[in-house]
Write a protein that binds this ligand. Sequence first.
Ligand code: FAD
Ligand code: NAI
Length: 468
Amino acid sequence: MAEPTSYDVIIIGGGPGGYNAAIRAGQLGLKAAVVEKRVTLGGTCLNVGCMPSKALLHASELFAAANTEFAHLGIEVAPKLNLVQMMKQKAESVTALTKGIEFLFKKNKVTWIKGAGRIAGAGKVEVTAEDGQVATLEAKNIVIATGSEPAGLPGVAVDQQRIVDSTGALSLPEVPKSLVVIGAGIIGLELGSVWRRLGAKVTVVEFLDRISPGMDAEVAKTFQRELTKQGMEFKLGAKVTGAATSKKGVSLTVEPVAGGAAETLEADYVLLAIGRRPYTENLGLDTVGITPDKRGFIETDHWRTSAPGVWAIGDVTLGPMLAHKAEEEAVACIETLAGKAGHVNYGIIPSVVYTTPEVAWVGKTEEELKAEGRAYKVGKFPFLANSRAKINHETEGFAKVLADATTDEILGAHLIGPSVSEMIGEYCVAMEFRAASEDVARTCHPHPTRSEALRQAAMGVEGWTMQA
Ligand code: FAD
Ligand code: NAI
């Protein structure tokens, strides 16, 4: 049966923004279609982002633990890396997840239109299929969810052979003897960790004089110390100004940002991870009068663009480039266009780095509160004093809570330590309900769990931390 050509909403892009928008539209009884040019659904996140990176982080973490921690627990093994199998299980998980989205589309009566979408004037989307056939569809609403792509660096050409971006770094054919990572952001540190754990010598070159911009500075300092203990090397305040590639590897020219003599770094492989930029290539924005901002982002007001009936969500819009931010916007955008009240609390979007230790945070950092001149109190608790962490020999890191000095409302939570990715949600809920730190401090937590550290940190705001 031929697909319909007219829809209540056509979404361009099938990533976390696009697929969640489509599913919510289906649930609300809207006739919805997603145009996706990739051969599978799920966007960057499922295909070449969140999911494959977490698959490799999990497997490499176990490999490293088997090498360095099992013997102490009385488990004697001699682990041997099978990289082909590690990559295979990653690919299988990704396929299962992308197929899962197909299933959800069927369940919610969403049409998946395969091909590249282009806006062709108000209410019109032109789709070019892989075989070159072009179809024009009509929509009452168009949602742009085209995501982002890795940012480039002049003089460092990504060839996906020796100089790779995140996509290439998820599928290297061998463990590099040496890997230079350009950029100490989330991608650089997560994927740098994967290859470090599997045996590569990893050097991270970062432009700023600190790692992980945006992370609370105290946490970032502890984080850098822990990564250094694992053997990762850092060159901060340094910039790469050129790269020469041969069959065997790459020769990088690195200069201090403050000025001074350049040095040469040799590496088997280089990972370029200096950020991502919004993706709007051939999207036909001009046909509806949308001009992206100077960095390429589509500006929105409650997910509405400047063109009537055209909406935008996810990485292609301003704000953190995170899958859960795209998902939140997807639901809110569809509810708004369906005449309901959509809502996103942009102050409570958590961030997580899935390394060892993990880092997770939500709300304001100490640096932000200081810059705002806001009076705040700090409660802090080290995992070294948490019984579960001690028993498990995972004592690195701490939990830190920032609360308003007058009202005690929680303004931020900053965690570095074991399983904190799973625990930050507690503070997200507390903050969504505008809880005081005392609310968390007086909530019974199960013992022995790492989550007690979160409660103890909240108790620390009023100085009555007690667990040893
Ligand atoms: P995308 O997921 O980029 O999806 C956009 C889709 O639109 C793509 O499939 C693209 O093919 C399609 N498209 C673009 N233009 C067209 C067109 N004209 N026609 C048809 N289709 C089109 N975020 C997290 O929250 N947690 C993580 O752990 C995490 N890990 C990451 C790890 C890596 C290595 C990377 C690169 C990113 C990671 N992210 C993570 C970020 C996350 O992937 C993005 O924030 C998220 O995918 C954004 O969703 P989106 O729907 O806006 O765009
Ligand atoms: P990023 O913005 O997190 O970090 C880029 C780093 O590169 C910064 O520290 C920056 O100062 C540095 N840099 C910029 N130019 C440089 C230069 N010329 N030389 C040296 N360093 C330079 O970007 P990244 O790591 O590429 O990740 C992109 C986005 O993907 C993240 O911002 C995040 O939104 C998303 N992501 C999220 C993950 C998660 O949630 N766990 C995992 C991976 C990616």
